[in-house]
Write a protein that binds this ligand. Structure first.
Ligand code: AMP
Ligand code: TRP
Length: 331
């Protein structure tokens, strides 16, 4: 059976981008068709300046939202990364397989490192080595497929390279994984700046739809989305990124494809109105389930504890095998 692994970082409130690019497929497709694990990757949240209480709060919220989005602990494994030591154990071995140059070429590092410096802080070494930990997350479970948004494909490529290199040097140990981005909404853009990804750790609220935004807040954000000069509704990602983003969001929410949908509109206003309502409808059940789950925090905790136990059992033999293959004495 296909093994699927994916994760979400508790660095901010989860967004419509997280949902359409990743989480929705995890719930609607992956957990039904594959042996799937979904992880709140809290260790990754420590790679940039962080507040411990906030990371704790956001980790709990992310786990609750994964369940609210429809992940069913009877069908898949939901857990928190730091509860399973195997991730950090394997990460060190993979640091001995990855190269310094490879890390410095990662797009996200090149984008984020100067940002951290501009904020007056130093760049954490873990920001540089982050993709290795992500590779460990993936390889520890013998993962075949990694359902992620577009922004993560370079990181999954690295995991592939490291798996191939390790297997070549030390004998076949790891499955070589591949990224599986969604057909539409692989990169939902910021509504106020459609040339930038809608990212949860960015500070600019008005261009980001959060999963827990009230319906009226969602409507306001979509209605105020920056569109392009011109009036015709055409699907052109390069030339008309604002309108293209709305069409993709609409297509992802109600089905259909962005190009075909563009023909149904003769004004930006009408497109925005329908997109706003489609988003509100997609978020409604998630928000309802989230409210219910918040009333029962002990349930969420139980799910995470059980999830970590299952994950540990799966990862342990793989990581032990890697320790032996690379030349470490069995304990
Ligand atoms: P992150 O928020 O970086 O932890 O991402 C969690 C998952 O959501 C990853 O699979 C990302 O690729 C996906 N994702 C995050 N932001 C977006 C976006 N704006 N559009 C599409 N997918 C996204
Ligand atoms: N780096 C991913 C992101 O920012 C999160 C992540 C960490 C992940 N480990 C992973 C995603 C393993 C898929 C598989 O979105």
């Amino acid at each position: 059976m296909t093994r699927v692994f994916s994760g979400v970082k508790p660095t901010g409130h989860l967004t419509l981008g997280n949902y359409l690019g990743a989480m929705r497929r995890w719930a609607e497709v992956d957990q039904h068709q594959a042996d799937a694990l979904f992880c709140v990757v809290d260790l990754h949240a420590l790679t940039v300046d962080h507040d411990p209480a906030r990371v704790r709060r956001l980790s709990r919220q992310a786990a609750t939202l994964l369940l609210a989005a429809g992940l069913d602990p009877e069908l898949c494994t939901v857990f928190v990364q730091s509860h399973v030591d195997e991730h950090a154990r394997l990460s060190y071995l993979l640091e001995c397989v990855a190269s310094d140059g490879e890390m410095r070429r990662m797009i996200q590092y090149k984008e984020k490192a100067p940002r951290e410096q501009a904020r007056g802080g130093s760049v954490r070494l873990s920001l540089l080595t982050y993709p290795v930990l992500m590779a460990a997350d993936i390889l520890a479970y013998g993962t075949h497929e990694v359902p992620v948004g577009d922004d993560q494909t370079q990181h999954v490529e690295l995991a592939r390279d490291l798996a191939v290199r390790f297997n070549h040097r030390y004998g076949h140990t790891f499955v070589v994984p591949k990224a599986t981005p969604p057909k539409v909404a692989a990169r939902v853009m910021n509504l106020q700046d459609p040339t930038a990804k809608m990212g949860k750790s960015d500070d600019s609220g008005p261009g980001i739809v959060y999963l827990l935004d009230e319906p009226d807040v969602v409507r306001k954000k979509v209605m105020r989305a920056v569109t392009d000069s011109g009036r015709e509704v055409v699907y052109d990602r390069e030339g008309r990124p604002g309108v293209a983003n709305l069409l993709e969001i609409l297509a992802a929410c109600q089905g259909g494809n962005p190009e075909a949908l563009s023909g149904a509109y003769d004004s930006y206003g009408a497109l925005k109105k329908d997109t706003a309502e489609a988003v509100v409808e997609v978020l409604r059940p998630v928000q309802e389930r989230h409210r219910e789950l918040c009333a029962d925090p002990a349930y969420v905790e139980r799910v995470l504890r059980r999830g970590a136990e299952k994950a540990r059992e799966m990862a342990r033999p793989m990581v032990d095998a890697a320790y032996r293959a690379i030349g470490l004495l069995p304990a």
